[in-house]
Design a protein around this ligand. Structure first.
Ligand SMILES: NC(=O)c1ccc[n+]([C@@H]2O[C@H](COP(=O)([O-])OP(=O)(O)OC[C@H]3O[C@@H](n4cnc5c(N)ncnc54)[C@H](OP(=O)(O)O)[C@@H]3O)[C@@H](O)[C@H]2O)c1
Length: 310
């Protein structure tokens, strides 16, 4: 069969098209495009069917595992596909590794090195126990996230645009430095002993629960990340769709109860808003997939992220 590859403006990307076997899959087509263009490796390509003229809406995205003939309408020997360049890609684990590495390094720099002397502070710096515990708590959190990235999560998307590395690093590294600056500051005023213990104790319990949530999510997929989206079950997932975000938010609350800085609370609010936005989208997606029609299970009634509010 002959496949014509065009850009979104309708320009032919590969002159003369590509000849493939009738049994070829979308993945074979992606390899062929890569072989001809050199630049567009498969994860950089987004292949869709052209929209009929003067129609609005989302085009059909080609599934790499499906055969090309499944997308032929009428003429099984000719197919036209639209290629969108998604730009340079990195794996999800690379993206997560770099965004978490920054805070993991930045916080100890403020704790161990004479940063404040360098910034002009002249008095002697006395380190309070809460600052030491905060440093361990913080490092444990980001080390856990890196370990989960490599050994727990089963991502469904192989890659993410390279630009996301810069955007996400800007977010995590800046907030990391902002919080580390205030928590480790020589003029930092510690909270009472009981408040510190309650905060760190509660936060640590939430971190362990967050890890457990990630194990439950992991078990929804097979080892190669296939299996799509399933109804999360067990433990907190029986009452809330994004229990992993719930425990993440509460563990930051624990850290803030113990350390009590404006910077920490600002981060908590921003992170909670971001996760709420994602949780709403995930909740909607699960309700759409599990609509209770044609034999599909119906998504049970659940809170989205922060019971008993929403
Ligand atoms: N502090 C912050 O600002 C902040 C922000 C975001 C996240 N986090 C932390 O980082 C962790 C990971 O974040 P994330 O956004 O990657 O979490 P996520 O998307 O909710 O889930 C983690 C993994 O589980 C998979 N998964 C989720 N729901 C699933 C379902 N219904 N069926 C099958 N698999 C499913 C995801 O698959 P996909 O690959 O398909 O997505 C992903 O691989 C969070 O739980 C949280 O602890 C912190």
């Amino acid at each position: 069969m002959k496949v014509t590859v065009v850009s979104r403006s309708g320009r032919e990307v590969i002159k003369g098209g590509i000849e493939l076997k009738d049994s070829a899959t979308v993945s074979d087509l992606q390899d062929a495009i890569h072989a001809r263009t050199k630049k567009y490796y498969p994860s950089r390509q987004r292949l869709t069917l052209p929209l009929p003229p003067r129609t609005q809406g989302k085009p059909v995205v080609l599934n790499p595992k499906k055969r090309l003939t499944e997308y032929c309408d009428g003429d099984a020997n000719n197919l036209t596909v639209v290629l969108k360049d998604l730009g340079m890609q990195v794996s999800y684990s690379t993206l997560f590794f770099w965004e978490y590495l920054g805070p993991l390094i930045i916080f100890p720099i403020f704790y161990y090195f004479p940063v404040y002397e360098f910034l002009g502070y002249e008095g002697e710096r006395v380190i309070h126990p809460v600052q030491t515990y905060a440093m361990y708590y913080w490092c444990f959190h980001y080390f856990k996230r890196i370990m989960e990235t490599f050994f727990v999560h089963r991502f469904s998307h192989a890659t993410s645009p390279l630009s996301n590395v810069f955007r996400n690093c800007a977010y995590y590294w800046t907030f990391g430095a902002y919080i580390a600056y205030y928590v480790n500051h020589p003029l930092y005023t510690p909270v009472g002993d009981l408040q510190m213990k309650i905060g760190f104790g509660f936060g640590l319990i939430c971190q362990v629960l967050n890890f457990y949530c990630h194990l439950l999510l992991r078990n929804l997929r097979s080892t190669d990340g296939s299996g799509g989206y399933q109804i999360p079950q067990g433990f907190l997932f029986n009452i809330v769709t994004c229990a992993n975000y719930t425990t993440e938010i509460y563990q930051w609350l624990g850290f803030n109860i113990a350390t009590q800085t404006v910077a920490g609370y600002v981060f908590l609010v921003v992170a909670a808003l971001i996760m709420t936005n994602w949780a709403l989208a995930k909740h909607r997606r699960l309700k759409k997939i599990f609509d209770g029609k044609e034999g599909r299970p119906k998504y049970p009634r659940r809170w989205v992220i922060l019971p008993p509010f929403f």
